[in-house]
Design a protein around this ligand. Structure first.
Ligand SMILES: Nc1nc2c(ncn2[C@@H]2O[C@H](COP(=O)(O)OP(=O)(O)OP(=O)(O)O)[C@@H](O)[C@H]2O)c(=O)[nH]1
Ligand SMILES: [Mg+2]
Length: 226
């Protein structure tokens, strides 16, 4: 009989999150920073891809990253090799980041000093989908080794994301990755979704994605007159 109360509590948590996320989005807009979040199952390659992204973007852009995990600073240590400012958020038992955690982590960073902020969410294909972090763009990653039907099994996370990134593409042949099947899965849960296919290890496909991000910043600043 406790279900209605649980539903209500959950609704309140989400509502509170949306309020903070809205404030964050406004703060990002005013500062002219473009914010990209990354979601995926554990081990799909978020940190590898993000380290590569930060390293390749550094010469042209002021970039920084937040990274969420239940425990350890491992990912922050890896990302910091790019020399970009990086902060780890440890969530304890929580399987997703919340807007308030992002807000707190950003307290001593000046958003005006950044062009791009990246947020790596906790590795999980379920929990992060309902939590808005105030980001401009949400990427959902899926590695070629995970199975082409993941979008069909976890439609909510693909629905909450804007762009799909197929990672570890240099392994595609070894695992007999079926590109057409993967694309159909994505297309059936999120018609028209933009998909990048790349490998952070070899660098193939990275340039097209970086060009896309650059254009996103240009478009955002054209709208907000920065
Ligand atoms: N072959 C290959 N391996 C990769 C690639 N990207 C990541 N990996 C490997 O995949 C494993 C997991 O990568 P991570 O970058 O830690 O994945 P993650 O999504 O950040 O993992 P969590 O933060 O734990 O959810 C590591 O052993 C990486 O070296 C890639 O493009 N090609
Ligand atoms: Mg990681």
């Amino acid at each position: 009989m406790s279900e209605p109360r649980l539903v209500e509590v959950r609704r309140n948590v989400l509502k509170q999150n949306d309020i903070v996320a809205r404030a964050l989005r406004e703060q990002f807009r005013e500062a002219g920073v473009f914010v990209v979040s990354l979601v995926s199952s554990p081990g799909s390659g978020k940190t590898t891809f993000l380290e590569k992204t930060l390293t390749l973007m550094q010469p042209r852009y002021r970039v920084a990253a937040l990274v969420g995990d239940l425990a350890t600073e491992n990912d922050a240590v890896r990302l910091a090799r790019s020399k970009a400012p990086v902060k780890q958020i440890t969530t304890g038992t929580l399987c997703h980041l919340e807007a308030a955690m992002v807000q707190k982590a950003l307290e001593d960073w000046k958003m005006q000093d950044l062009d791009f902020l990246f947020i790596e969410n906790v590795g999980n294909l379920v929990c992060p989908s309902s939590y808005d972090l105030g980001e401009n763009l949400r990427l959902v990653l899926m590695s070629v080794t995970e199975g082409e039907d993941k979008p069909l099994k976890y439609p909510t996370i693909f629905n909450s994301a804007d762009v799909a990134v197929i990672t570890k593409n240099e392994l595609a042949a070894a695992v007999e990755f079926d590109w057409a099947a993967a694309r159909n899965s994505i297309e059936s849960v999120r018609p028209g979704m933009r998909i990048f296919r790349l490998s952070a290890k070899t660098g193939e496909g990275m340039q097209e994605y970086l060009d896309f991000l650059s254009q996103q910043l240009v478009d955002q600043r054209a709208v907000t007159h920065h």
